[in-house]
Design a protein around this ligand. Structure first.
Ligand code: SF4
Ligand code: SF4
Length: 361
């Protein structure tokens, strides 16, 4: 049974990774869950210790399951771990293995994917402007692939990136499958995406979470991973400016860093935004702190999620920004929701939509 062997290999690798933890505790300070509930059982170090206890049969599945479920899978601990342990991936795999039944896995997945399905449904009826016969629209570079995230696909039949890049219709990055416990579909999507990435020269993402998830595929080598970029990379040499009629002229704009956006990409994006003519950029205090939404996390852990999100809303308010930008649709939804709940009615936009609607080169 090939699947069993694959799972055995994954579990063996996880065991080896767990042994690498030196208990340094560097993962604790930036764990958004610890920030709210102050319980080390729910940090990376605590979960690793519990998983080791489980492997050695000191702990039962029941004693571990509840704590694993509280993890947001934000990857912040992994990005801060000197032993390079892929903590959030381990927690997601283990969580999937411990899920009680196929039925509850399916139900969880349906709930996670429901908002995306609704968006698809609403957009199905939207008319697409057909390019005119003489139009020059079409992929400029057929070896540069566009990894359009599921939410982007559901929201927009075409974005400006569809017009300049080749869209080979990648599968979902598969994070919802992984965190929903559906390892079979996670592996299937990973296989399809890996094949496409290997044939491309460059793969351009419009979502930091998709990029982060794909860059964790163990099926990609270091050279493949170097091909993965966010879309600001292909626009950085263009001199962008706000459109004359943009309402954000000389208004204050800030940027929320999604948990899955790495430090290097964050710096590049900040510089990219600052270089847009007509923008008054203000750095968000604690820009790196989680927005708390975590896709469906909000539905299953509303108290923890709200605790994190209201802290973020407070920091946003302090900037007096007229517009909040970010580069992950889940963060856009989360920030919009908690902006409303904290009576701050300033707009939140995905960076790609902002570039498309408000700027010209
Ligand atoms: S940062 Fe890494 S090595 Fe240190 S305690 Fe956390 S998981 Fe273990
Ligand atoms: S993935 Fe995020 S929520 Fe989970 S333990 Fe790591 S830092 Fe905490």
């Amino acid at each position: 049974m090939p699947n069993k062997n694959k799972n055995d290999n994954i579990n063996e690798n996880i065991k080896k990774d767990l042994e690498k933890c030196t208990r340094c505790g560097l993962c604790i300070s930036n764990c958004p869950i610890y920030d709210i509930i102050k319980d080390e059982n729910n940090t990376s170090r605590g979960l690793i210790l519990k998983l080791l206890g489980y492997e050695k049969k000191f702990l039962s599945e029941k004693e571990l399951k509840g704590d694993l479920k509280i993890c947001l899978n934000c990857s912040k601990c992994a990005s801060n771990c000197p032993s390079k342990i892929n903590t959030s991936l381990i927690f997601a795999y283990k969580n999937a293995n411990f899920s009680p039944s196929k039925f509850s896995q399916r139900l969880l997945l349906i709930l996670k994917l429901l908002p995306i399905k609704i968006l698809y449904f609403l957009n199905f009826f939207k008319n697409l402007k057909k390019p005119s016969e003489n139009s020059s629209e079409g992929p400029l570079k057929s070896n540069i692939y566009y990894f359009k995230g599921c939410v982007s696909k559901a929201q927009h039949k075409k974005t400006f990136l569809d017009k300049i890049l080749y869209n080979p219709d990648f599968s979902c990055c598969a994070l919802p499958y992984l965190t929903g416990g559906d390892i079979k579909n996670y592996e299937k999507a990973k296989e399809k995406n890996t094949k496409l990435i290997k044939e491309a020269n460059l793969v351009v993402f419009d979502c930091a979470t998709c990029k982060n998830t794909v860059s964790q595929y163990e099926t990609l080598n270091e050279d493949d991973k170097k091909k993965l970029v966010l879309f600001d990379e292909i626009l950085k040499d263009k001199k962008l400016k706000l459109k004359k009629n943009s309402k954000y002229f000389n208004r204050t704009i800030t940027f929320h860093k999604p948990c899955h956006l790495n430090k290097n990409d964050f710096e590049k994006i900040e510089n990219f935004i600052k270089n847009i003519e007509g923008i008054n950029y203000k750095k968000l205090e604690n820009a790196d702190k989680c927005c708390g939404f975590g896709g469906s996390y909000f539905l299953f852990h509303p108290v923890i999620s709200s605790g994190i999100a209201f802290k973020k809303a407070k920091d946003i308010k302090k900037t007096n920004a007229d517009l909040i930008l970010t580069i992950c649709p889940s963060c856009v939804f989360g920030i919009r929701l908690f902006q409303l709940l904290s009576f701050n009615f300033k707009k939140t936009l995905d960076l790609r939509d902002f570039i498309e609607k408000e700027t010209i080169s």
